[in-house]
Design a binder for this molecule. Structure first.
Ligand SMILES: Nc1ncnc2c1ncn2[C@@H]1O[C@H](COP(=O)(O)OP(=O)(O)OP(=O)(O)O)[C@@H](O)[C@H]1O
Ligand SMILES: [Mg+2]
Length: 231
């Protein structure tokens, strides 16, 4: 994508404060991803109710992945609110972008790790271990529902919002735009998918192992717990 296209992508998801999406109105930007923005939103009927709105431009290569992300989130929430997964409140498609409104969460693990290196009393190894274990429980929940995430990285794991007593101490997984059901018809050779800097280097022979198999992601689960969180 050239820089002009980049500008367009961001322009499409730049909203003034107070823009209305159903019962929700936009507040400040919480964070930005590769293809879109995440805003704090407040509920019109009950302003004490807050949530996060993720918007993605339709002009990105292959279109917004929010459609796919929605399908996965709906499936994961089918049995009611789940501990490691944000809830979905609203979603829609506009001419230039797609959006979804979900549970407002807190700090992502990348930010948390950066913060921890500058404060004196940062997380202990024990606390980080518990965080890591929660990541694995979250991932297991996703696998048990038939999906692999394919974009595992610290920025995609978030603590709950500190004001949300039920979720504040729970690690959540998000960003399901690249998630897939386990592959049933493996391609012959495939490069294992992963975010920049986190992919496995090997090219796997799908005859030996499924393209999207749980074991690949389990392998990653083990390497992540070693390198990303505590490295
Ligand atoms: N529900 C939420 N509550 C609070 N912050 C959120 C929420 N969803 C996303 N964020 C913040 O926005 C960031 C980007 O979100 P997300 O990963 O879903 O977007 P993305 O465009 O797919 O990002 P990328 O492609 O860079 O991984 C997250 O790392 C997180 O800091
Ligand atoms: Mg992300």
């Amino acid at each position: 994508m050239n820089s002009k296209e980049d500008d367009n992508v961001m322009k499409n998801v730049t909203f003034k404060e107070g823009k209305r999406f159903g019962d929700w109105r936009t507040g400040p930007v919480l964070d930005e991803g590769g293809f879109g923005r995440v805003y704090l939103v407040k509920n019109d009927a009950d302003p004490t109710k807050t949530a996060a709105l993720k918007a993605e431009s339709n002009t990105v290569d292959g279109g917004s992945a929010i459609k796919l992300e929605l399908q996965v989130l709906q499936k994961l929430n089918e049995g009611g609110p789940a501990p490691h997964i944000p809830m979905l409140y609203l979603a829609g498609k506009r001419k230039n972008y797609c959006f979804m409104v979900m549970t407002l969460l807190g700090t992502n693990l990348k930010q948390l790790k950066a913060k921890n290196t500058i404060v004196k009393n940062g997380f202990t190894r024990g606390t980080w271990s518990r965080v890591g274990i929660q990541c694995l429980y979250g991932l297991k929940f996703v696998h048990d529902h038939g999906y692999i995430h394919r974009d595992l990285k610290p920025a995609n794991f978030l603590m709950g919002n500190p004001k949300d007593k039920d979720r504040a101490r729970i690690v959540h997984i998000l960003d399901f735009g690249l998630a897939r059901m386990f592959a049933s018809l493996p391609r012959k050779f495939c490069k294992l998918m992963g975010p920049n800097g986190y992919e496995l280097d090997d090219v796997c022979n799908a005859c030996l192992d499924d393209e999207c198999s749980k074991s690949n992601q389990m392998w990653k689960r083990r390497s992540y717990s070693k390198m990303s969180l505590f490295g």
